[in-house]
Design a binder for this molecule. Structure first.
Ligand SMILES: [Zn+2]
Length: 392
């Protein structure tokens, strides 16, 4: 099959600024059609890149191309159902809890044990391979190593170091890069039909994160929350104010996270109760319902605490851009400001602060992010941070 992929409408067109990766993936798709043991085609891949660079987008596009009879046309039934998680040969694993446990991997392995039902390949996408526990990773490793297998494993993680060496040594590695603000703005305009001015603003403040840019461009509440968060560095006159700022930051992040999860939580519980017979006339729920609901609630709780953490992390990144801009002004690079809407505040802050204190503040924000990622208590972490930011 010597079809040129470049001629077609295809699933790789959505990947912004990743030409180097797309070329390799297209080569692999073509190779997979002719010789399943070829050099270009591997059974295990790992996609790394900063948040928002499109790791999982790339993995899903590759999955579509492998199972699509037209190498990933994006419009056939196979392509569509793979993307909406409804394809029998494409399995997506993502966790919203803090880790992927060995039970989850075992269950996955039992589901993908058979040969592919339609095409040549069965594809498994694991979106948060960095959250595999050690025993889960070992269970997965055995499956990846199994010879003659028609399953392709696509793992996603922020960096290679986030994945156990035993796993990453079996995977072919693809590194995605953060798209430029211009590239993000262009995709918001052309794909999501967002007005150029808004697209430009959203792309700049979300620093190459396509998903966040879209969220900011299309959600007024998100824009207003962001504005409040960006004011925090300006409100740190006293220690009391610093504690208040920490409180505000955690509250805003929690509100945003709650909005994201509430509706879904209720829906999931209802679905589960229905599965146990709730609402059927003449009988109550089957035995075990209470326990299952309890388990789901616990899962939801752990998912929600992760969403809150992610949301705080996003707010901290935003705050870091404020100090970054101050530093830009201090070094005379006014034209490269991220937060153009705050240029006067930034200029004033730059004038009143010694440059070394700005470097310390950026470091303080980054340390707080690292602490949060290793499970430090959110409010405490933010309070310590704000106190450091309040110092001259
Ligand atoms: Zn297709």
């Amino acid at each position: 099959m010597t079809l040129s992929l470049a001629m077609q409408n295809n699933v790789f067109n959505d990947l912004v600024n990743q030409e180097h990766v797309v070329e390799i993936l297209k080569g692999a798709v073509l190779a997979s059609r002719t010789d399943i043991e070829s050099q270009e085609m591997s059974h295990a891949w790992i996609f790394t890149g900063p948040p928002g660079s499109g790791r999982s987008l790339a993995a899903v596009a590759f999955a579509q191309a492998l199972i699509c009879p037209n190498n990933g046309c994006g419009i056939c039934n196979d392509c569509m159902s793979a993307r909406t998680h409804g394809h029998p040969d494409v399995e997506m694993m993502r966790t919203e809890g803090l880790s992927i446990k060995v039970e989850g991997i075992r269950e996955l392995l039992s589901r993908v044990a058979w040969a592919p039902s339609k095409g040549i390949w069965r594809v498994v996408v694991i979106e948060d391979a960095d959250r595999l526990t050690e025993s889960a990773a070992n269970a997965l490793l055995k499956a990846i190593e199994e010879p003659g297998n028609r399953t392709v494993w696509l793992l996603c993680a922020p960096t290679l170091h986030d994945v156990l060496p035993t796993i990453r040594s079996r995977c072919r590695h693809l590194q995605l890069r953060s798209p430029s603000s211009q590239a993000v703005a262009n995709i918001l305009i052309s794909r999501d039909h967002i007005a150029p001015r808004m697209a430009d603003f959203a792309a700049r403040v979300s620093q190459g994160h396509v998903g966040r840019a879209k969220h900011i461009a299309t959600n007024e509440q998100a824009r207003s929350n962001r504005k409040k968060i960006m004011q925090l560095p300006l409100q740190l006159g006293t220690l009391a104010a610093a504690f208040q700022a920490a409180q505000t930051l955690v509250e805003l992040a929690t509100i945003e996270a709650d909005e994201a999860s509430q509706e879904r939580d209720v829906y999931e519980i209802e679905k589960l109760q229905e599965a146990y017979g709730k609402g059927a006339t003449g009988r109550g729920m089957a035995t075990g319902a209470g326990k299952a609901v309890k388990e789901l609630e616990n899962e939801q709780k752990s998912r929600n605490s992760r969403i809150v953490r992610d949301s705080i992390d996003g707010a901290l990144l935003d705050i870091a851009t404020f100090f970054r801009d101050v530093m830009m002004v201090q070094t005379g690079k006014v034209e490269s400001l991220i937060n153009i809407d705050m240029d006067e505040h930034i200029a004033q802050y730059a004038e009143n602060s010694p440059p070394h204190s700005i470097v310390n503040k950026i470091n303080a924000v980054m340390e707080a992010r690292v602490n949060l990622a290793s499970n430090a208590a959110p409010l405490l972490t933010c309070e310590a941070l704000m106190c450091r930011l309040a110092k001259q």
